[in-house]
Design a protein around this ligand. Structure first.
Ligand SMILES: *Cc1c(COP(=O)(O)O)cnc(C)c1O
Length: 390
Protein backbone atom coordinates (compact mmCIF):
# COMPACT_ATOMS: atom_id res chain seq x y z
CA UNK A 1 0.00 0.00 0.00
CA UNK A 2 1.08 3.55 -0.47
CA UNK A 3 1.20 5.09 2.95
CA UNK A 4 3.37 3.24 5.45
CA UNK A 5 3.85 4.71 8.87
CA UNK A 6 7.24 3.99 10.28
CA UNK A 7 6.84 1.78 13.32
CA UNK A 8 9.62 0.80 15.65
CA UNK A 9 8.77 -2.57 17.09
CA UNK A 10 12.24 -3.44 18.36
CA UNK A 11 13.37 -4.00 21.95
CA UNK A 12 15.38 -0.80 21.86
CA UNK A 13 15.03 1.75 20.50
CA UNK A 14 11.35 1.60 21.36
CA UNK A 15 8.47 3.90 20.31
CA UNK A 16 8.91 7.43 21.67
CA UNK A 17 6.49 9.07 24.07
CA UNK A 18 5.37 12.15 22.07
CA UNK A 19 5.40 14.70 24.94
CA UNK A 20 8.99 13.62 25.72
CA UNK A 21 9.96 14.13 22.11
CA UNK A 22 8.43 17.61 22.11
CA UNK A 23 10.11 18.47 25.41
CA UNK A 24 13.52 17.80 23.82
CA UNK A 25 13.12 20.93 21.72
CA UNK A 26 13.55 23.07 24.84
CA UNK A 27 17.13 21.94 25.31
CA UNK A 28 18.88 25.22 24.53
CA UNK A 29 19.89 25.47 28.14
CA UNK A 30 23.34 25.66 29.71
CA UNK A 31 24.23 22.70 31.87
CA UNK A 32 26.07 24.74 34.55
CA UNK A 33 23.08 26.92 35.34
CA UNK A 34 20.88 26.40 38.37
CA UNK A 35 17.97 25.99 35.96
CA UNK A 36 19.52 22.88 34.48
CA UNK A 37 20.84 21.47 37.75
CA UNK A 38 17.24 21.66 38.96
CA UNK A 39 16.06 19.73 35.90
CA UNK A 40 18.71 17.08 36.50
CA UNK A 41 17.90 16.77 40.20
CA UNK A 42 14.27 16.34 39.29
CA UNK A 43 15.21 13.53 36.89
CA UNK A 44 17.30 11.83 39.57
CA UNK A 45 14.48 12.08 42.12
CA UNK A 46 11.92 10.75 39.63
CA UNK A 47 14.23 7.90 38.65
CA UNK A 48 14.54 6.90 42.31
CA UNK A 49 10.79 7.04 42.65
CA UNK A 50 9.96 4.89 39.60
CA UNK A 51 12.77 2.45 40.38
CA UNK A 52 11.55 2.28 43.97
CA UNK A 53 15.01 2.69 45.47
CA UNK A 54 16.69 4.86 48.04
CA UNK A 55 20.11 3.99 46.61
CA UNK A 56 22.07 6.61 44.69
CA UNK A 57 21.14 6.85 41.03
CA UNK A 58 23.36 8.17 38.24
CA UNK A 59 22.61 9.26 34.72
CA UNK A 60 25.47 8.62 32.29
CA UNK A 61 25.87 9.99 28.78
CA UNK A 62 26.15 6.70 26.92
CA UNK A 63 24.10 3.85 25.59
CA UNK A 64 23.23 1.12 28.07
CA UNK A 65 26.57 -0.60 27.65
CA UNK A 66 28.31 2.41 29.20
CA UNK A 67 26.31 1.62 32.33
CA UNK A 68 27.50 -1.99 32.19
CA UNK A 69 31.09 -0.81 31.76
CA UNK A 70 30.82 1.56 34.75
CA UNK A 71 29.27 -1.22 36.84
CA UNK A 72 32.36 -3.33 36.44
CA UNK A 73 35.02 -0.62 36.62
CA UNK A 74 33.75 1.22 39.70
CA UNK A 75 33.42 -1.70 42.08
CA UNK A 76 36.16 -4.21 41.25
CA UNK A 77 39.91 -4.63 40.89
CA UNK A 78 41.81 -6.51 38.19
CA UNK A 79 42.13 -10.18 39.05
CA UNK A 80 38.98 -10.20 41.20
CA UNK A 81 36.94 -13.34 40.91
CA UNK A 82 33.41 -12.75 39.60
CA UNK A 83 30.52 -15.03 38.67
CA UNK A 84 29.03 -14.21 35.29
CA UNK A 85 25.69 -15.63 34.21
CA UNK A 86 25.25 -15.77 30.46
CA UNK A 87 22.23 -16.92 28.50
CA UNK A 88 22.57 -14.89 25.32
CA UNK A 89 24.33 -12.09 23.50
CA UNK A 90 24.02 -9.64 26.39
CA UNK A 91 25.33 -12.20 28.86
CA UNK A 92 28.27 -12.59 26.50
CA UNK A 93 28.78 -8.84 26.79
CA UNK A 94 29.26 -9.24 30.55
CA UNK A 95 31.84 -11.94 29.81
CA UNK A 96 33.66 -9.60 27.40
CA UNK A 97 33.62 -6.74 29.92
CA UNK A 98 35.03 -9.08 32.59
CA UNK A 99 37.78 -10.05 30.18
CA UNK A 100 38.54 -6.45 29.20
CA UNK A 101 39.03 -5.56 32.87
CA UNK A 102 41.11 -8.70 33.59
CA UNK A 103 38.54 -10.07 36.00
CA UNK A 104 38.75 -13.76 36.83
CA UNK A 105 35.34 -14.87 35.56
CA UNK A 106 33.56 -18.05 36.58
CA UNK A 107 31.07 -18.30 33.73
CA UNK A 108 27.67 -19.92 34.27
CA UNK A 109 26.38 -20.52 30.79
CA UNK A 110 22.91 -21.47 29.62
CA UNK A 111 22.01 -22.35 26.05
CA UNK A 112 20.32 -19.63 24.01
CA UNK A 113 16.64 -19.59 24.93
CA UNK A 114 17.31 -21.08 28.36
CA UNK A 115 18.18 -19.39 31.66
CA UNK A 116 20.78 -19.74 34.40
CA UNK A 117 18.90 -21.10 37.40
CA UNK A 118 19.33 -19.53 40.87
CA UNK A 119 20.57 -22.83 42.33
CA UNK A 120 23.55 -22.68 39.95
CA UNK A 121 24.36 -19.20 41.27
CA UNK A 122 24.04 -20.44 44.84
CA UNK A 123 26.32 -23.42 44.13
CA UNK A 124 28.89 -21.22 42.37
CA UNK A 125 28.93 -18.84 45.34
CA UNK A 126 29.48 -21.77 47.71
CA UNK A 127 32.34 -23.06 45.55
CA UNK A 128 33.86 -19.60 45.15
CA UNK A 129 33.56 -17.87 48.51
CA UNK A 130 36.09 -15.31 47.28
CA UNK A 131 33.78 -14.13 44.46
CA UNK A 132 33.43 -10.34 44.56
CA UNK A 133 30.39 -9.99 42.32
CA UNK A 134 27.65 -11.81 40.41
CA UNK A 135 26.60 -10.45 37.02
CA UNK A 136 23.33 -11.25 35.25
CA UNK A 137 20.74 -9.91 32.81
CA UNK A 138 17.28 -9.52 34.32
CA UNK A 139 15.86 -9.82 30.83
CA UNK A 140 18.08 -11.34 28.11
CA UNK A 141 16.85 -9.33 25.16
CA UNK A 142 18.59 -11.48 22.55
CA UNK A 143 16.53 -14.58 23.39
CA UNK A 144 13.46 -13.16 25.13
CA UNK A 145 14.23 -15.05 28.35
CA UNK A 146 13.87 -13.64 31.87
CA UNK A 147 16.02 -14.56 34.85
CA UNK A 148 14.77 -15.22 38.37
CA UNK A 149 16.46 -12.14 39.79
CA UNK A 150 14.67 -12.34 43.13
CA UNK A 151 15.94 -15.84 43.97
CA UNK A 152 19.42 -15.02 42.71
CA UNK A 153 19.46 -11.89 44.86
CA UNK A 154 18.52 -13.93 47.94
CA UNK A 155 21.53 -16.20 47.31
CA UNK A 156 23.96 -13.32 46.71
CA UNK A 157 22.72 -11.26 49.66
CA UNK A 158 24.01 -13.91 52.09
CA UNK A 159 27.56 -13.38 50.80
CA UNK A 160 30.01 -10.48 50.49
CA UNK A 161 29.59 -10.46 46.71
CA UNK A 162 27.83 -7.62 44.92
CA UNK A 163 24.79 -8.40 42.79
CA UNK A 164 25.13 -6.46 39.54
CA UNK A 165 22.09 -6.63 37.29
CA UNK A 166 21.76 -5.52 33.69
CA UNK A 167 18.09 -4.56 33.91
CA UNK A 168 18.19 -2.52 30.72
CA UNK A 169 15.10 -4.32 29.42
CA UNK A 170 14.12 -5.70 32.84
CA UNK A 171 13.10 -2.29 34.20
CA UNK A 172 9.47 -1.67 33.31
CA UNK A 173 8.81 -5.27 32.24
CA UNK A 174 9.20 -7.26 35.46
CA UNK A 175 9.04 -6.55 39.18
CA UNK A 176 12.46 -5.49 40.50
CA UNK A 177 12.73 -4.63 44.17
CA UNK A 178 16.21 -3.10 44.16
CA UNK A 179 16.40 -2.35 47.90
CA UNK A 180 14.21 -5.17 49.18
CA UNK A 181 15.90 -7.97 47.23
CA UNK A 182 19.39 -6.50 47.41
CA UNK A 183 20.35 -5.49 43.89
CA UNK A 184 23.60 -3.62 44.52
CA UNK A 185 24.03 -2.17 41.08
CA UNK A 186 21.11 -1.97 38.68
CA UNK A 187 21.58 -0.70 35.13
CA UNK A 188 18.93 0.83 32.86
CA UNK A 189 18.93 2.50 29.45
CA UNK A 190 16.89 5.37 28.01
CA UNK A 191 15.84 3.69 24.75
CA UNK A 192 13.99 0.80 26.38
CA UNK A 193 11.02 1.14 28.79
CA UNK A 194 11.83 4.83 29.31
CA UNK A 195 10.33 5.70 25.91
CA UNK A 196 13.01 8.20 24.85
CA UNK A 197 15.87 7.89 22.32
CA UNK A 198 19.19 6.12 23.01
CA UNK A 199 21.81 8.20 24.80
CA UNK A 200 21.46 7.74 28.55
CA UNK A 201 22.37 4.92 30.91
CA UNK A 202 21.15 4.72 34.51
CA UNK A 203 23.09 3.09 37.33
CA UNK A 204 21.93 2.58 40.93
CA UNK A 205 24.52 2.05 43.66
CA UNK A 206 23.83 0.42 47.06
CA UNK A 207 25.76 1.14 50.28
CA UNK A 208 27.39 -2.32 49.90
CA UNK A 209 28.59 -1.31 46.43
CA UNK A 210 29.94 2.04 47.73
CA UNK A 211 31.92 0.08 50.31
CA UNK A 212 33.43 -1.99 47.50
CA UNK A 213 34.14 1.20 45.57
CA UNK A 214 36.59 2.33 48.29
CA UNK A 215 39.09 -0.39 47.40
CA UNK A 216 38.17 -0.99 43.74
CA UNK A 217 41.23 -0.18 41.66
CA UNK A 218 40.29 -0.75 38.02
CA UNK A 219 41.45 2.40 36.19
CA UNK A 220 38.54 4.66 35.31
CA UNK A 221 38.17 8.23 34.21
CA UNK A 222 34.96 9.23 32.38
CA UNK A 223 32.67 6.86 34.26
CA UNK A 224 33.82 7.67 37.78
CA UNK A 225 30.69 7.38 39.92
CA UNK A 226 32.34 8.62 43.11
CA UNK A 227 33.35 11.81 41.34
CA UNK A 228 29.83 12.08 39.91
CA UNK A 229 28.34 11.72 43.40
CA UNK A 230 30.51 14.58 44.68
CA UNK A 231 29.42 16.84 41.81
CA UNK A 232 25.76 16.11 42.47
CA UNK A 233 26.17 16.73 46.20
CA UNK A 234 27.94 20.02 45.55
CA UNK A 235 24.95 21.06 43.44
CA UNK A 236 27.07 21.30 40.30
CA UNK A 237 25.22 18.72 38.24
CA UNK A 238 27.74 16.48 36.54
CA UNK A 239 31.48 16.17 35.95
CA UNK A 240 30.95 16.40 32.21
CA UNK A 241 28.44 18.02 29.88
CA UNK A 242 25.25 16.06 30.46
CA UNK A 243 22.90 15.06 27.67
CA UNK A 244 20.58 17.99 28.35
CA UNK A 245 18.03 17.21 25.63
CA UNK A 246 17.62 13.63 26.80
CA UNK A 247 17.35 14.59 30.46
CA UNK A 248 14.59 17.06 29.62
CA UNK A 249 12.82 14.33 27.63
CA UNK A 250 13.40 11.89 30.46
CA UNK A 251 11.55 14.14 32.89
CA UNK A 252 8.50 14.17 30.62
CA UNK A 253 8.59 10.38 30.28
CA UNK A 254 9.14 9.89 34.01
CA UNK A 255 6.17 12.14 34.78
CA UNK A 256 4.09 9.81 32.64
CA UNK A 257 5.51 6.67 34.27
CA UNK A 258 4.94 8.14 37.75
CA UNK A 259 1.37 8.96 36.82
CA UNK A 260 0.81 5.40 35.56
CA UNK A 261 2.76 3.85 38.40
CA UNK A 262 5.63 1.44 37.76
CA UNK A 263 3.51 -1.66 38.55
CA UNK A 264 1.09 -0.63 35.80
CA UNK A 265 3.90 -0.17 33.29
CA UNK A 266 5.12 -3.66 34.18
CA UNK A 267 1.63 -5.09 33.94
CA UNK A 268 1.22 -3.49 30.53
CA UNK A 269 4.30 -5.33 29.25
CA UNK A 270 3.21 -8.56 30.95
CA UNK A 271 -0.19 -8.49 29.26
CA UNK A 272 1.19 -7.61 25.84
CA UNK A 273 3.73 -10.42 26.18
CA UNK A 274 1.02 -12.85 27.24
CA UNK A 275 -1.08 -11.80 24.23
CA UNK A 276 1.89 -12.20 21.87
CA UNK A 277 2.58 -15.70 23.18
CA UNK A 278 -1.10 -16.59 22.76
CA UNK A 279 -1.01 -15.29 19.19
CA UNK A 280 2.11 -17.32 18.43
CA UNK A 281 0.43 -20.48 19.68
CA UNK A 282 -2.71 -19.72 17.64
CA UNK A 283 -0.55 -19.38 14.52
CA UNK A 284 1.29 -22.65 15.14
CA UNK A 285 4.55 -20.89 15.97
CA UNK A 286 7.03 -21.94 18.62
CA UNK A 287 8.52 -19.68 21.28
CA UNK A 288 12.31 -19.53 21.45
CA UNK A 289 12.58 -19.01 25.23
CA UNK A 290 10.30 -21.73 26.51
CA UNK A 291 11.45 -22.19 30.10
CA UNK A 292 11.18 -18.58 31.22
CA UNK A 293 9.75 -16.23 28.60
CA UNK A 294 10.06 -12.58 29.61
CA UNK A 295 7.90 -9.55 28.95
CA UNK A 296 10.21 -7.13 27.18
CA UNK A 297 10.34 -8.97 23.90
CA UNK A 298 8.92 -12.22 22.54
CA UNK A 299 11.32 -14.27 20.45
CA UNK A 300 9.55 -16.62 18.06
CA UNK A 301 11.06 -19.33 15.87
CA UNK A 302 10.48 -18.90 12.16
CA UNK A 303 8.36 -21.73 10.71
CA UNK A 304 10.42 -24.71 9.50
CA UNK A 305 12.09 -23.92 6.20
CA UNK A 306 11.52 -20.16 6.47
CA UNK A 307 14.37 -17.73 7.19
CA UNK A 308 13.26 -15.27 9.89
CA UNK A 309 14.81 -12.53 7.76
CA UNK A 310 11.89 -13.00 5.36
CA UNK A 311 9.50 -12.02 8.14
CA UNK A 312 11.64 -9.05 9.20
CA UNK A 313 11.79 -7.90 5.58
CA UNK A 314 8.04 -8.42 5.14
CA UNK A 315 7.32 -6.05 8.01
CA UNK A 316 9.58 -3.39 6.50
CA UNK A 317 8.42 -3.76 2.92
CA UNK A 318 4.71 -3.98 3.54
CA UNK A 319 4.20 -1.97 6.70
CA UNK A 320 7.26 0.23 7.16
CA UNK A 321 7.70 -1.54 10.47
CA UNK A 322 10.94 -2.66 12.04
CA UNK A 323 11.06 -5.85 14.05
CA UNK A 324 14.25 -7.53 15.26
CA UNK A 325 15.93 -10.53 13.72
CA UNK A 326 17.93 -12.93 15.87
CA UNK A 327 21.47 -11.84 16.84
CA UNK A 328 24.60 -13.89 16.16
CA UNK A 329 23.87 -17.55 15.45
CA UNK A 330 20.15 -16.91 16.09
CA UNK A 331 19.98 -14.71 12.98
CA UNK A 332 17.65 -16.26 10.45
CA UNK A 333 16.22 -18.60 13.08
CA UNK A 334 14.06 -16.30 15.18
CA UNK A 335 12.31 -12.95 15.01
CA UNK A 336 11.63 -10.74 18.02
CA UNK A 337 8.63 -8.56 18.69
CA UNK A 338 8.95 -6.01 21.47
CA UNK A 339 6.33 -4.81 23.91
CA UNK A 340 8.28 -2.74 26.43
CA UNK A 341 7.61 0.89 27.13
CA UNK A 342 5.21 2.82 24.94
CA UNK A 343 3.31 -0.08 23.34
CA UNK A 344 -0.40 -0.75 23.63
CA UNK A 345 -2.93 -3.37 22.60
CA UNK A 346 -3.88 -1.54 19.42
CA UNK A 347 -0.22 -1.85 18.39
CA UNK A 348 -0.40 -5.59 19.05
CA UNK A 349 -3.60 -6.07 17.03
CA UNK A 350 -1.85 -4.46 14.07
CA UNK A 351 1.46 -6.23 14.53
CA UNK A 352 -0.12 -9.67 14.73
CA UNK A 353 -2.41 -8.96 11.77
CA UNK A 354 0.67 -7.96 9.76
CA UNK A 355 2.51 -11.09 10.90
CA UNK A 356 -0.36 -13.30 9.73
CA UNK A 357 -0.32 -11.74 6.26
CA UNK A 358 3.46 -12.06 5.98
CA UNK A 359 3.44 -15.70 7.09
CA UNK A 360 0.65 -16.51 4.65
CA UNK A 361 2.43 -14.82 1.76
CA UNK A 362 5.50 -16.93 2.48
CA UNK A 363 3.79 -20.30 2.53
CA UNK A 364 3.02 -20.82 6.23
CA UNK A 365 -0.56 -21.95 6.57
CA UNK A 366 -2.49 -19.51 8.75
CA UNK A 367 -6.10 -18.80 9.39
CA UNK A 368 -6.21 -15.03 9.02
CA UNK A 369 -7.40 -13.46 12.23
CA UNK A 370 -6.55 -16.40 14.49
CA UNK A 371 -3.59 -14.63 16.06
CA UNK A 372 -5.39 -11.30 16.33
CA UNK A 373 -8.32 -13.05 18.04
CA UNK A 374 -5.91 -14.49 20.61
CA UNK A 375 -4.67 -10.97 21.40
CA UNK A 376 -8.24 -9.67 21.55
CA UNK A 377 -9.20 -12.40 24.02
CA UNK A 378 -6.40 -11.39 26.38
CA UNK A 379 -7.54 -7.78 26.18
CA UNK A 380 -11.23 -8.61 26.65
CA UNK A 381 -10.54 -10.85 29.62
CA UNK A 382 -8.62 -8.12 31.44
CA UNK A 383 -10.24 -4.89 30.32
CA UNK A 384 -13.74 -5.77 29.05
CA UNK A 385 -14.89 -8.66 31.21
CA UNK A 386 -18.63 -7.93 30.75
CA UNK A 387 -18.28 -8.22 27.00
CA UNK A 388 -16.73 -11.65 27.43
CA UNK A 389 -19.63 -12.86 29.56
CA UNK A 390 -22.34 -11.33 27.36
C1 LIG B 1 19.74 -2.85 24.86
C2 LIG B 1 20.44 -3.66 25.86
C3 LIG B 1 21.72 -3.33 26.34
C4 LIG B 1 22.45 -2.07 25.97
O1 LIG B 1 22.79 -1.95 24.68
P1 LIG B 1 23.28 -0.53 24.16
O2 LIG B 1 23.28 -0.74 22.69
O3 LIG B 1 24.60 -0.28 24.71
O4 LIG B 1 22.27 0.46 24.63
C5 LIG B 1 22.31 -4.10 27.32
N1 LIG B 1 21.69 -5.17 27.82
C6 LIG B 1 20.46 -5.53 27.41
C7 LIG B 1 19.81 -6.71 28.04
C8 LIG B 1 19.81 -4.80 26.42
O5 LIG B 1 18.58 -5.14 26.01
Amino acid sequence: MHIKKQRLLTPGPTPLYPPALHAMMASDVHHRTQDFVKIQNQALASLKEVLGTSNDVFILVSSGSGGLDASASNFLSMGDKVIVCTAGKFGERWVEIAKAYSLNAVVLKAEYGDVVTPDRVEAALAENPDAKAVFVQASETSTGAMHDVKSMAAAVKKTDALFIVDAITGIGTMPLDIDGWGIDVCIGGSQKSFMIPPGLAFVTVSPKAWKANESASIPRFYFDLKKEKKMIEKGEGSSWTPNTSHIIALNAALDYIKQLGMPKLVENAELLAKATRAAAAALGLELFAKTSPGNSVTAIKAPAGMDSGVIVKGFKTHFGAIIANGQGSMKGQIFRMAHLGYFDFADMFAVIAALELILQANGHKVELGAGVAAVQRVYAEVAMPQTVNA
